[in-house]
Design a protein around this ligand. Structure first.
Ligand code: C2E
Ligand code: MG
Ligand code: MG
Ligand code: MG
Length: 284
């Protein structure tokens, strides 16, 4: 009996694996198709200076406009694009498109996310240089955001690529700081210009004293290393006020602006430029 049960369980497991594999294969096919059909779009979220609450720049965030499923968020396709290597051509498209679209936006800075997978491919710095040259985008206005996962692979190769990108005049930000594999020593080795404190820490601000202590410690660390600090996922006025008190240089989050389409962003910029944002009333 045990034997049959075991076999049954295995069959069930195998079927489930098969279903998942099929779903993945389908998604991969659809991703390739979407690239050919041009179904990807970039949304832009404001990055705001703490205190003056002026918009300093925007972060480009990819979206997939699926003909039947509607707007698909990156969490649903970026991981597979990374696994299959599709993120390499897709990432180049993001760089080129973002530089082209943001070109006319005065001196607003542009932040673009880069995957660890893109660092495994030689020539990332050439792709960045090409995107800049094609659109005549000022390298000083560009910042690339990388996560700690680049430290889990060939560190020398990643470091080499980062240095080359920096030599173009582009800035480097460490994204999602404080999650996962955090070793402080790499802050010394890697040429980061900005630390983006992960939104999980921001979430607890005003509720636990520890959250504020962590933010203050990161800000201090940044100060002594000459690295700017930014906080992600700011959703309330209270969080923004605490971050200002704690010495954070920049903030980003739904409280200051959702990721917007190019049209929405351009309308907003035309209407009010980068003026200090009138902060909506506290939600807490
Ligand atoms: P990320 O780079 O850390 O981007 C911030 C994410 O937080 C965005 O999610 C943004 O919409 C969301 N967010 C912003 N403000 C708030 C807030 O106040 N509260 C909350 N709960 N969330 C907020 P999104 O657009 O879904 O992107 C998720 C992740 O996908 C990004 O995290 C980034 O790692 C990746 N990603 C997005 N676009 C690209 C891209 O063009 N290339 C690559 N390689 N990765 C990308
Ligand atoms: Mg980012
Ligand atoms: Mg982040
Ligand atoms: Mg993230």
């Amino acid at each position: 009996r045990a034997k049959t049960e075991g076999r049954g369980a295995f069959r069930f497991f195998a079927e489930e694996m098969n279903v998942r594999l099929q779903a993945r294969k389908l998604l991969e096919r659809q991703l390739r198709h979407a690239m050919i059909e041009g179904q990807f779009e970039l949304y832009y979220q404001p990055q705001v200076e703490a205190g003056s609450w002026r918009i300093l720049g925007v972060e480009a965030l990819i979206r997939w406009r699926h003909p039947e499923r509607g707007l698909i968020m990156p969490s649903e396709f970026v991981p597979l694009a990374e696994e299959t290597g599709l993120i390499v051509p897709l990432g180049e498209w993001v760089l080129r498109t973002a530089c082209k679209q943001a070109q006319p936006w005065g001196d607003l800075r542009l932040a673009v996310n880069l995957s660890a997978t893109q660092f495994r491919q030689p020539g990332l710095e050439d792709a960045v240089a090409r995107a800049l040259a094609e659109s005549g985008f000022d390298p000083q206005r560009l910042e690339v955001e990388v996560t700690e996962t680049i430290l889990l692979q060939d560190i020398e190769a990643s470091l080499d690529a980062l240095r080359k990108i920096k030599r173009l005049g582009v800035r480097i930000a460490m994204d999602d700081f404080g999650t996962g594999y955090s070793s402080l020593s790499y802050l010394r080795t890697f040429p980061f210009d900005k630390i983006k404190i992960d939104r999980s820490f921001v979430h607890d601000l005003g509720q636990t004293e520890e959250a504020s202590a962590i933010v203050r410690a990161v800000v201090q660390l940044g100060r002594s290393l000459g690295i700017r600090t930014s906080a992600e996922g700011v959703e309330t006025r209270t969080q923004a006020d605490i971050l200002l008190l704690d010495g954070c240089d920049e903030v980003q989050g739904y409280h200051f602006g959702l990721p917007m389409s190019v049209d929405e962003l351009e309308t907003m910029l035309l209407r009010s430029g980068t003026q200090p944002l009138s902060l909506p009333p506290s939600m807490t």
